[in-house]
Ligand binder design. Structure first.
Ligand SMILES: *[C@@H]1O[C@H](CO)[C@@H](O)[C@H](O)[C@H]1NC(C)=O
Ligand SMILES: *[C@@H]1O[C@H](CO)[C@@H](O)[C@H](O)[C@H]1NC(C)=O
Length: 549
């Protein structure tokens, strides 16, 4: 077990000593060396058997904003600690492994995620017959049973413990560019490489505006302000966005109209349940009911018949590991856009998960898919939220624009947009994903205007910036062309500039109930016929089929 309590002083001492050591500036005297050895011993004790990606606390008595993780020291051997500090107002959540609102963090009294029995994968001599690996209690079981999502293959439960992308014995192989070729496979060693053999200057800067949650009268006016009729991409087509729609309170007639205008609709679950663990620990069947169910509801009540709902995003970006991606493949989902890529100097391009993901599993409660899946990942590159990127101290990045908690006023929001755009445009032009919970734009008055002014300015001042859907990003990557050829690029001409009226002017305001939500009457607005019941997990079409005797 770990050393129970270290004071804040020790944290600072450990960190500064490791820095000094790395730089070889000081020659320590004998006493210092003994002290240093003692501290190094403490660090090694802390880092023993701990995944390098896992953050933990050194003290439960400090402010709960600080956390550290172990970093292998390539030169001297052993480990050093890397520290993060959450911005004011946020605390470090051990379960989610990310900074979160204080009200959401209930583990400040713990130093570390619970430790479980671990399997023995690394032994000097093989201890099991070929094809088998050893559980923590010494039993040998089939290698394929490790990290398959079913607990209890090892009696001590150690079969589902060491399952990060670096540990899973059945993990996807590292990127092999001789095998992984477009259009169906794309990877690069560090994830930053541009697809095709294009010069960066010839690559369009794609921006994806994505919205999570219900679509209804609270936010329809916001979407109208962002997707104005006269906002036209350089190829002459109206700008497009992607809507990851959750079911409850959604107006499906409005979704139908978004789709008619060429925006992309994706799945964001039926329940959008307010319990992050539900998603992280979700089974195959949970993901199936939530996401395939959400798509069924969208298709039925928005009458989307062209099979274009092919992407999904996990609520709270709580990725469901291999279970989520196995379900996606079985159900013909093409891409996920939930995995956060940590803030770094050069952003990450989308990749396929046939090979190992090219960055740390960051946030997402560390439940990234470890095995090989034929699914595209459009990662969310974290945004740099600093007011003054040239001078301010490093802050952790944020995934959703609406989770950048330090953005209070319009000028800060504008700086955030401009600075992060430049970070992408000035490096490898990886697509810039701007993700919003629409409620954030409702609450922060005037922010929608800032966003739409910024879009207008980009469209008028640059001819190599395109606001496109997630699917259009994948299409471009599968068949990359330079900016000069984009004017006639057929894939981006679909529903180029749709005018005309919505499909129906008076949607049915179906008031409905379901046995799954006792006591609630909900309205489902749709141009289609009202179903018998409010659609929900066990009865996504609302026919009541599964309840019939
Ligand atoms: C639902 O959306 C449609 C289409 O945008 C709109 O005409 C209708 O007023 C909306 N209904 C409600 C209750 O918001
Ligand atoms: C739904 O859409 C299809 C194809 O666009 C169309 O043929 C059909 O009439 C629509 N159904 C209803 C009930 O509006």
């Amino acid at each position: 077990m770990m050393c129970p309590r270290l004071s804040l002083f020790h944290i600072i001492a450990i960190i500064s000593i490791s820095i000094v050591k790395a730089q070889n500036i000081l020659d320590f005297g004998a006493d210092d060396r003994a002290e240093q050895d003692r501290l190094q011993g403490t660090i090694e004790e802390l880092c023993k058997n701990r995944p390098l990606s896992e953050y933990f606390r050194l003290s439960t008595e400090s402010n709960c904003r600080d956390a550290v993780r172990c970093v292998g020291n390539d030169f001297a051997g052993g480990h050093t600690l890397a520290a993060v500090r959450c911005p004011t107002g946020l605390l470090f959540d051990l379960d989610g492994q990310t900074c979160d609102w204080a009200t959401k963090v209930d583990n400040c009294d713990r130093l570390t995620k619970p430790r479980l029995a671990r399997p023995n994968f690394k032994t000097d001599e093989p201890v099991c017959p070929e094809g088998l690996l050893q559980c923590g209690d010494g039993a040998c079981i089939d290698k394929l049973l490790f990290c398959d999502g079913n607990e209890g293959d090892c009696e001590d439960g150690s079969d589902e413990v060491a399952c990060t992308i670096d540990e899973d014995p059945n993990a996807a192989p590292k990127c092999d560019r001789s095998q992984c070729v477009l259009p169906d496979c794309f990877c690069s060693a560090d994830g930053t490489q541009v697809p095709g053999d294009l010069e960066v200057g010839q690559v369009p800067q794609m921006v994806t505006l994505t919205f999570n949650g219900a679509v209804n009268s609270d936010n329809i006016p916001i979407f109208q302000e962002i997707f104005k009729e006269d906002f036209i991409n350089p190829n002459g087509c109206s700008i497009k966005g992607t809507f990851f729609v959750s079911h409850k309170y959604t107006n499906y007639s409005a979704v139908q109209d978004l789709h008619r205008r060429g925006h992309e609709i994706g799945a964001f679950s039926i329940t959008r349940k307010d319990d992050p663990q539900y998603w992280t620990k979700g089974t195959y069947d949970d993901w199936l009911a939530e996401m395939a169910g959400a798509r069924l509801i969208i298709e039925r009540f928005s009458n989307i018949t062209d099979g274009s709902v092919i992407g999904m995003r996990a609520p709270y970006l709580r990725v469901g590991g291999n279970q989520q991606f196995l379900m996606m493949n079985d159900q013909f989902f093409i891409y996920d856009s939930s995995i956060a890529a940590p803030l770094s100097r050069v952003p990450i391009w989308p990749y396929t998960l046939l090979y190992r993901m090219p960055h740390r599993c960051h946030g997402n409660a560390h439940n990234c898919p470890s095995r090989s899946h034929p699914i595209w990942e459009l990662p969310i590159n974290e945004l740099d939220r600093r007011d003054d990127p040239n001078y301010d101290e490093r802050l952790s990045g944020c995934t959703l624009v609406s989770s950048c908690s330090n953005i209070y006023d319009k000028q800060q929001f504008r700086t955030l947009l401009e600075h992060n755009f430049n970070r992408h445009y000035g490096s490898n032009r990886a697509p810039l994903t701007l993700s919003f919970d629409a409620a954030w734009l409702e609450i922060n008055k005037g922010f929608t205007r800032v966003l739409s002014d910024w879009i207008r300015e980009k469209l008028t001042s640059q001819s190599d910036v395109y606001f496109v859907t997630e699917l259009q990003v994948i299409q471009w990557m599968q068949n990359p062309v330079d900016i000069n050829s984009l004017r006639d690029y057929a894939e981006w001409k679909d529903k180029c500039d749709v005018k005309g009226q919505a499909f129906c002017s008076l949607p049915n305001p179906c008031p409905l109930t379901t046995r799954e939500l006792p006591g609630e009457t909900l309205r489902l607005h749709t141009c289609m016929e009202c179903p018998n019941n409010y659609p929900w997990l066990l009865d996504p079409t609302g026919d009541g089929f599964s309840f019939k005797k």
